[in-house]
Design a protein around this ligand. Sequence first.
Ligand code: PGA
Length: 264
Amino acid sequence: MKKKIIAANFKMNKTNRDIEEYFNTFVNNMNEFKGKGLFENIGLNSEAVFATPCTSLCESYKIIKPYGDFIKLSAQDIYFEKNGAYTGEISIDMIKDCGCEYAIVGHSERRRIFNETDETIAKKMSAVYSSEGVTPILCVGENKEVREKDMQYDFVKKQLKTDLEPLKAKSGKVYSLIIAYEPVWAIGTDLPIRPEDGDKMHRFIYDYVRSNYEVDELRIIYGGSVKESNIKELMDEPYINGVLVGGASLDPSVFLNIVRLSNA
Ligand code: PGA
């Protein structure tokens, strides 16, 4: 069975000390839920993935390691070169060293604020797949202008076509790919997508990827103003295999509740 991915993107928030407190609360609450029988099978059916800042990945790993079947780590970004004179960047080997099994690639904030192009994102995807053991969480999604013109399907298809180009060059199947559909107009705005519209786009992405690339395990997750109040209706849609949560993931009790409700 495909495990659901309930991912937290901390963005540029939290010091090491904050993160230690965060995980202590998260794990205590999780054990309490378990004690009350409120957490049955959740660990079997889903993974809670944390994209902490890179300064905290190794520290985070030390704390979450005992819960490693259920709690996983992700980098928020990686650079495509293996090593060298690239001031400020981190490589895939470096994040693997800190216990990461996932890496977010092409988040809309990287695209918009740091001018990351689809060509750069394709190089990052290629780097991830040349190194074993890390699954990319590739982010795509249209902005408000595109949605208003009803051009979102063409837009997302164009992003995917370039971003996934390295999959074509790869001989044999790609084991695992996660695509996060994150419409830019829904991120941090309190304006989530309507679940049925999200499902429609997820289905479109699913069909596009399945008919053009060889991927064993494909999961399509949704991001943009996910909260305790809307997680259940989103997860009820058949093509929504999980979520990527920004703002609402910063409180450990809220995020754990999102994990719990995603399985309810
Ligand atoms: P949000 O962010 O949940 O705060 O809308 C989601 C994201 O940027 O991944």
